[in-house]
Design a protein around this ligand. Structure first.
Ligand SMILES: *Cc1c(COP(=O)(O)O)cnc(C)c1O
Length: 348
């Protein structure tokens, strides 16, 4: 297929539902999920719990709501929430930790792509007459803003052990945990077994139009169910969306390998063209974050603007950082077109 007029590499959220998802939406059985009587939602929740090895799971409309509901359930007002300074929870959830849960963030470095245990050790604060006490540790895998890096299972385990030694629960923002699993060969159930709660998105590389799953123990999921309603996230015939989620898990996981191959090939091709620069060894999944060399005299925001006019949609992640995300609606055969559109956007 020749490249389209606009190649969209802004995010894997731009993926449109597959024909089988469209069909499932039209034909699935539905009920009122606020009364827990939507059979398709129930099926997805049971299936998810089984696959990830959790006691239970809950469907929520967005990943942000799933993270925020988890934080609200785990914490008490006034506590510390430890999270990476480059994490989604800190950067892209509009201060929700403060707004929704009345907690303060205690940010630690995750510059290398994940939080290391020694950082958590330094950051944990016990409750006293002076200190708030740490209510929750949040981890992220894969790491969005650090280019889809995969947090190694051993690091995840070390972080979780440290928190657990102090009786602190751990939440894993696994928006792209299936990408992490395909790239590392570690089962999602292994990541999930180390933490009190894990959320993942159906709406990114797995191509559902909406939806995220929150996984954990039965009691936790019961509390999350009530919290979801409080957040305004109790949907009625949500089965039309859950039907897509079921297909995300059964039909869309293995093909993530293709996105990973395309991201690596894209990184190499752009590097070889000599325009933007990336350390190829950091491209482990479907995200490439490039440096925009200063010699071009424009910042990443401006670059994204110019690239759009040349038929390439990208996002800027900082003044000199440009993100390209591969996904099922991107064909690896278009890589030369991407390289050419970048080149065109940089000549002055
Ligand atoms: C996308 C994303 C989320 C939030 O998901 P939404 O469905 O967009 O609200 C949370 N964490 C990470 C790491 C993400 O990439």
């Amino acid at each position: 297929m020749p490249a389209p007029d606009v190649i969209n590499l802004m995010s894997d959220t731009v993926t449109v539902p597959t024909p089988s998802m469209r069909h499932a939406m039209a034909t699935c059985e539905v009920g009122d999920d606020v009364f827990r009587s939507d059979p398709t939602v129930n099926k997805l929740q049971e299936m998810t719990a089984e696959i990830v090895g959790a006691e239970a799971s809950l469907w929520l409309p967005t990943g942000t709501m799933a993270n925020q509901v988890a934080i609200a359930v785990h914490t008490h007002p006034g506590q510390d929430v430890i999270a990476g300074s480059w994490s989604h929870i800190v950067n892209y959830e509009l201060g929700g930790v403060a707004w929704n849960s009345l907690c303060q963030l205690n940010m630690v470095s995750d510059e290398g792509g994940w939080i290391t245990a020694d950082r958590i050790k330094d950051a944990i604060r016990h409750q006293s007459d002076h200190t708030p006490g740490t209510g929750l540790v949040c981890l992220e895998n894969t790491h969005n803003r650090r280019g889809g890096r995969v947090m190694p299972l051993e690091d995840l385990e070390k972080c979780a052990d440290l928190a657990h030694n102090d009786g602190i629960p751990v939440h894993l923002d696994g928006a792209r945990i299936w990408n992490a699993s395909r790239a590392s060969g570690v089962k999602v159930s292994e990541y999930c077994s180390k933490v009190e709660s894990m959320m993942f998105c159906l709406s990114k590389g797995l191509a559902s139009p909406a939806g995220s799953m929150l996984c954990g123990k039965k009691d936790f999921i019961e509390s999350a169910h009530r919290m979801r309603k409080r957040f305004g996230g109790g949907l009625r015939q949500a089965g039309v969306l859950a039907a897509c989620g079921i297909l995300s898990l059964t039909e869309m996981v293995e093909r993530l390998d293709e996105d990973h191959r395309n991201a690596k090939a894209l990184a190499r091709a752009i590097n070889e063209s000599g325009t933007l620069m990336i350390d190829e060894s950091t491209v482990e999944t479907n995200i490439c974050i490039f440096d925009l060399p200063e010699k071009y005299g424009i910042d990443a925001f401006k670059f994204a603007d110019i690239a759009e006019k040349n038929g390439l949609l990208v996002t800027y992640m900082g003044s000199r950082l440009i993100r390209l995300v591969t996904h099922k609606d991107f064909d690896g055969a278009w890589i030369p077109d991407v390289v050419e559109r970048i080149r065109k956007s940089l000549v002055r």
